[in-house]
Design a protein around this ligand. Structure first.
Ligand code: PRP
Ligand code: URA
Length: 209
């Protein structure tokens, strides 16, 4: 079973409070999503392997460490996942970025696929799938299935807020995937929105409400 890593760092929890606030406008909302994505990426990459190397400092030769594992890839789930990409690229600028377009059918809450473009060498990369919201889990489960179908064997999922139902769905469908998250909320409401959540992440990011 994959791990659920709830990032309780005070900076994360502080920024999340402002993100949830219905009075926070799109500009500040976008900035907060980007900052939170960066902080969560720091935690989600904590176990990346290192190898020793040597550099010449101005004083002497030093034995130091550099990243040594597979290359990384970031795959946002459109639209709302786009808001997290720049924050992640700040920390891992060499990562390639793929895109998966999904929207939730408002009646069935099932994900509808409309776009997919992944790095051609996705099977050789550690992939981080990102989306602010993990509600029923349908979108995340579908995105993970798509990335696995492309041959990728190492996937982690980074979200800002999850419902317990979404975590359970990901665990059931993809027990090998670890989840990194800022908060696990109480439940879903009858429209499939996370309670208390933050409302519709895509609409708040892009001002489309
Ligand atoms: C939101 C969110 C997730 C999905 C989560 O996207 O960004 O992708 O809902 O819900 P789920 O866990 O029940 O699948 P939405 O479908 O609203 O599309 P948008 O990002 O284009 O607004
Ligand atoms: N998608 C959102 O943007 N918010 C929710 O609460 C659930 C799904």
């Amino acid at each position: 079973m994959g791990n659920v890593n709830v990032i309780s760092h005070p900076l994360v929890q502080h920024k999340l409070s402002f993100l949830r606030d219905k009075h926070t406008g799109s500009k500040e909302f976008r900035e907060l999503v980007e900052e939170l994505a960066m902080l969560l990426t720091y935690e989600a990459t904590r176990d990346l392997p290192l190898a020793e190397t040597q550099v010449e400092t101005p004083i002497c030769t030093a034995t130091t460490k550099v990243l040594a594992g597979k290359k990384l890839g970031i795959v946002p789930i459109l639209r709302a996942g786009l808001g997290m990409v720049d924050g992640m690229l700040n920390l891992i600028p060499a990562a390639k970025v793929g895109h998966i377009g999904l929207y939730r059918d408002p009646e069935t809450l099932s994900p509808v696929d409309y776009y997919c473009k992944l790095p051609p060498d996705v099977q050789e990369r550690d992939i981080i799938i990102v989306d602010p919201m993990l509600a029923t889990g349908g979108s995340a489960v579908e995105a993970i299935t798509i990335v696995k179908s492309a041959g990728c064997k190492s996937i982690r999922l980074v979200n800002l807020i999850a419902a317990p139902e979404g975590i359970e769905a990901v665990h059931k469908a993809h027990p090998d995937v670890d989840i990194y998250i800022a908060a696990v909320d109480e439940r879903l409401n009858s429209h499939g929105y996370i309670v208390p959540g933050l409302g519709d992440a895509g609409d708040r990011l892009f001002g489309t409400k």
